[in-house]
Design a protein around this ligand. Structure first.
Ligand SMILES: *Cc1c(COP(=O)(O)O)cnc(C)c1O
Length: 360
């Protein structure tokens, strides 16, 4: 079978290796791993990597993705990774065992929805320790937990926080200690055990392995470090993981020798930008069937070290292939590695075919 382009090839076995390595590192520090699947839309080729790695939960930011997780029947509890919209309460308690929350009204709606169907919904109360995304400010946490502790349809599992996402704030020991102190205080006031402390995402791993993360932090929610093998503080390779886990494959639709500088009077490009060009002389240029609609060219690194991604318009990705390893023709495939942001847009783009790398 000729496989379509553009396509995203997911190496299930390699991601499983990464998860296994990270779960090992986390276990040494008493930390459970919630595997975060959103960047690949909980694709079955990713979900197939989860069994036997030791992850304790599957977490995703979208209910539609969690429905895919439910269909895969992994036997793992599910976590909705963002505060649900109140009007989705009924659906949330159906598809997610637990969710991240910061608003009383939403938790009231979740409690009612859970009671209606005779189940209990788990809640992690989110605390904003400085990144300015979701979570209540520390001075309001104990109040909020007290107010929610009576809601009959909910199990308040504990507290959580998220850093390095919106504000780029680095997880540090003092941020984590603040979270632990708040848990202890909320637990004292409400009498709830609040056993779970979900300390953050991939960006917490450096703090954890340094031994400086408080021992009470017992869960991390891990996406990028496992799926792309990256330390998300600086994008270096994360120890023990591999980076060749997903590839974006595109097809050459034109292959021509052209100068590297546009010829003629110049104005703006299709996106209102005035682009600077590097003069490398006459070069062999491949136009590929991928564009900004699918992924930003800045988010792509060619697998062939001789290839240079020059840029893209909506539907044409232009690559300088002069120094490439193999001889290309129109119809040849070119492979690229996406960043996390690139992977997110490509995997959520309807025109990009998502597949297991082993599928033929
Ligand atoms: C996306 C997300 C994660 C995972 O982040 P990574 O950097 O991919 O590990 C964890 N927690 C929350 C709340 C998220 O939205």
């Amino acid at each position: 079978m000729i496989r379509p382009t553009p396509r995203l090839e997911i190496h299930t076995d390699r991601i499983a290796e990464n998860l296994h390595a990270i779960v090992g590192q986390c276990t040494e520090h008493g930390v459970q791993v919630a595997a975060v699947t959103k960047v690949l839309g909980a694709h079955p080729a990713l979900l197939a990597a989860l069994p036997n790695t030791g992850v304790s939960m599957v977490a995703d930011s979208r209910l539609t993705n969690l429905e895919r997780v439910a269909a895969a029947d992994l036997g793992l509890p599910t976590l909705l990774l963002r505060p649900p919209a109140p009007r989705t309460a009924a659906r949330t308690v159906q598809v997610a065992d637990a969710s991240l929350n910061s608003s009383l009204v939403t938790m009231q709606a979740l409690s009612e929805a859970a009671e209606m169907v005779g189940i209990r919904h788990g809640v992690i109360v989110m605390v904003d320790v400085g990144d300015l995304r979701e979570g209540v400010w520390p001075d309001h946490v104990v109040d909020l937990v007290s107010q929610t502790s009576h809601l009959p349809g909910l199990d308040i599992l504990g507290l959580g926080t998220n850093l390095a996402c919106y504000g780029g704030v680095i997880p540090t020991a003092d941020k984590m200690e603040l979270l632990v102190d708040l848990r202890d205080e909320a637990s004292r006031v409400t009498g709830l055990p609040l056993e779970l402390i979900s300390g953050g995402n991939s960006a917490n791993l450096p703090l954890m392995v340094s031994g400086q993360m408080p021992a009470q932090i017992n869960q991390l929610r891990i996406g990028e470090a496992a799926i792309l093998g990256r330390n998300t503080l600086d994008r270096s390779a994360w120890p023990g993981t591999r980076q060749d886990t997903v590839e974006l494959v595109t097809e050459v639709v034109e292959l021509e020798r052209k100068p590297s500088i546009p010829q003629g009077e110049r104005g703006q490009d299709a996106f209102g930008q005035t682009v600077k060009f590097v003069d490398r002389g006459v070069r062999l240029r491949a136009i590929c069937d991928l564009g900004r609609q699918d992924v930003a060219p800045e988010d792509l690194t060619p697998v062939d070290p001789g290839h240079i991604v020059l840029g893209a318009s909506s539907d044409h990705l232009i690559i300088d292939v002069t120094d490439g390893d193999i001889t290309l023709r129109v119809g040849s495939e070119i492979r690229l590695r996406p960043t996390y942001g690139g992977l997110l847009t490509a995997s959520t783009c309807a025109d990009v075919w998502k597949t297991s790398a082993d599928e033929r």
